[in-house]
Design a protein around this ligand. Sequence first.
Ligand SMILES: [Cu+2]
Length: 175
Amino acid sequence: MTQSGFGKLSTGKLLIAAAVIAIVSGAAVGMSVGYVIHYSAPTTREFYLFDGSLPFNDEPRPQGFGYPHDIFVPDRITVNKGDQVLIHYVNIEDVAEPHNFMMDSPYRFDAVVYDNASINGGKGAVLGTHLRVDTVVLGQGQNATITFTASWAGVFPYRCTFHQPTMTGYLVVIG
Ligand SMILES: [Cu+2]
């Protein structure tokens, strides 16, 4: 009967072999866990964005606090670099007040503006299609689909320029 392969090895070589196997398999497990946790392929990230209003008087001082009570809800949008971003932005005002959505360079976006989603219960009629713009304006009841690729990592503000400084949110792109 011949000896098995392991039988020919010294104890020292067996220990080294066991150590190598442990290191390699440990690294393989670690790398695969890291892959699962940290990496997800670029995908479409969909968000619903609204104008909000905090309950305080925004008239000039001393009657009010002296700055707008309007805010974005949500005021943080977090994606991975390379994701397609799809934002449904809805002006939910109960008064005839417009809001816009503006992004600083280098970000630009495409936007399709629809009429009165809340009244029609759907997206309504298309009012306009805007390509590679930095601003889109929504009147009361209107909504827009805003799309772009998150090509740059970092933190990028989005604003309603009518209600500064309070109506500001941040796009967080994890690189
Ligand atoms: Cu606004």
